[in-house]
Design a protein around this ligand. Sequence first.
Ligand code: IVH
Length: 704
Amino acid sequence: MSNADAAAGTGDTGDTGGAGASGADDAAARMGTLSELVAYHNHRYHELDDPEITDGDYDLLVRELRRLEAEHPDLVVEGTASQDVGGAPSSLFAPVVHSVPMQSLDNAMSAEELTAWGQRVARALPDETVRFVCELKIDGLAMSIRYEAGRYVQAATRGDGRTGEDVTANVATIGVVPKQLVAAKGAPVPEVVEVRGEVYLPVASFERMNEEAAAAGERLFVNPRNAGAGSLRQKDPSVTAKRDLAFWVYQLGEVVGGPPLARHTDSLAFLRALGFPVNPEVKVFESLEDVAAHCVHWQQHRHDLDYEIDGVVVKIDDVEQRTRLGSTSRAPRWAIAYKFPPEERTTVLRDIQVSIGRTGRATPFAMLEPVFVGGSTVGVATLHNEDQVRAKDVRPGDTVIVRKAGDVIPEVVGPVVSMRPRGTKPWTFPTTCPGCGTELVRLEGEADTRCVNPACPFQRDQRVIYFASRGAMDIEGLGERTVAQLTSTDPPLVRDAADLYSLDAEALLQLEGFGQVSADKLVAAIDGSRTRPLPRLLTALGVKHLGPAASQALATEFGTLDAVMDAPAEELADVEGLGPIIARSIATWCSLEANRDFIDRLRAAGVDFGVPVPRTPKAPQVLAGKAVVVSGTLEGYTREEAEQAIIARGGKSPGSVSAKTYALVVGDSPGASKVTKAEAAGIPILDAAGFAHLLETGELPDAD
Ligand code: IVH
């Protein structure tokens, strides 16, 4: 199969749910194509560690094939790709036949599919209590590790589920994998024990690897999973040893001897007692609603972890119930993988262009074939800066991986080199500004390229757009297109944001697309923005480094725009959460004649500049330089108030525990991982009373 076929097949399945197979002939043909595609991408993923499409795209192919198989059972061909568990072992490593096959898991892609699985379980186990164990689905490389008489003897990849690859020497380099098991906490060491889990690369290590690759001018790794799999499947284990791989265990394979284990949670406790790294985020529920809520929780918090997860695995705890449920040909019925919506998809890069921001920064961005990823359709994605485009070497015409994770803006991760059309050339950064034609400047040691012409029409438009944006003055209906219309009339209706306040409906009616209703609406929206609170106005000014949080802090401290404008830099730097860089930037901005004139015109237009505040004395800075982490709910404080109380005393309140943490304050239902981490690092853990003492004195309460 050619790359072009693969691309066409992927595209077909896109958002349309696949080519509709009207007749049996169509269905058979589509099933044949899909089966080939799945086999091909399986091979690239499992055997070459070089996937051409993302997991999200792959899942769509498999699901379409399975759907057609379910609709047309008579057309299912024996040994079709939808039954495959993984890849065939490569010739690089010796084969290992698994004594207990390594099964795969069925996926639930939505809450409804999770419920349907729960209903199947309930039907098979009527009137029985079922305990569901929820574990994180680690996005790594499945591994089976064998111990005989307590000694590490073999490590094997999953391969096709029956036969994997012998990677004993490579896995031996992973520090957290025990080499000798010792009986502990009443857990005897079995004669033979095989543990199954996931080898993974922590996100921080992945980022470090990519920084090093970029510095060396080498190709970047697309994600931690690929970088981890590539690091592991090295002929030379000394390369693996340098890669900082880690391991989580989640299952037993063959066991000879050892204690009886009636529940999965018993196995996990046993594994932990033997010294294996078992992920701490394990929860047991008796209702499927709680399971679903837990899945949604992790979907929202997946990026709080320092390793990647792509779902939650739900397993039935009781081993005897598991036996009765049994397995299908490819996966157990007693477990399901709730998969998060994909954050990465492949699509075609149509063009690379450069946008000019309000500070003149030139940002390259990708124009894409629109693709549904991370919960929305993405047609444009950032490429950050010149070095990033060079390191990724993405070219117009390439099939690229697009990532949209959480609230982060979509980005192009990298090209699928094997699908590159012939005759493309590396993209080069333009030398002149697309807005004003001025030569672009990149200063020594800086990552950004800039247009330094303050009169650049693109910069001016961006400043107006930013002024009106939702996080600033929030003027509905004043988007990019309207601003461009307003600034390009002759003479311009708008030269800067202050001119907005002199617009009337009559002026707007000259513009294409405006009628009386829309013109009146925009004038009313602009008028309404005159009374926005001061933090929004401060943000809207577009001062470099001055974002919404610092604007809020300034407004609280000074009350009015005039008080901010008149404050010397040292006084600004003293405001909590500001610091010298923002302070200097504000002071410089305020000292410029043109900016003072702009402010005067806003005042003349009747924009609200705030009300003076009585200056409150500062709390004693007893926590200066100290990091205090808060977890759980503390009586008498919202989480924000607790953090504010720390900050008000000169401290910091980061979201996670590290070696630098001074103390961890715990209320009701604290995060288990924070507590475990603090305990392990010997960091003092305080309750509400301890917190009160800390705020008053800056000291830790006595240990007793
Ligand atoms: S249990 C028979 N638990 O996901 C059940 N698998 O898509 C065996 N995975 O093959 C798997 N985290 O490579 C299990 N907590 C977890 C997991 C997990 C990640 C992987 C594993 C498995 C694949 C299925």
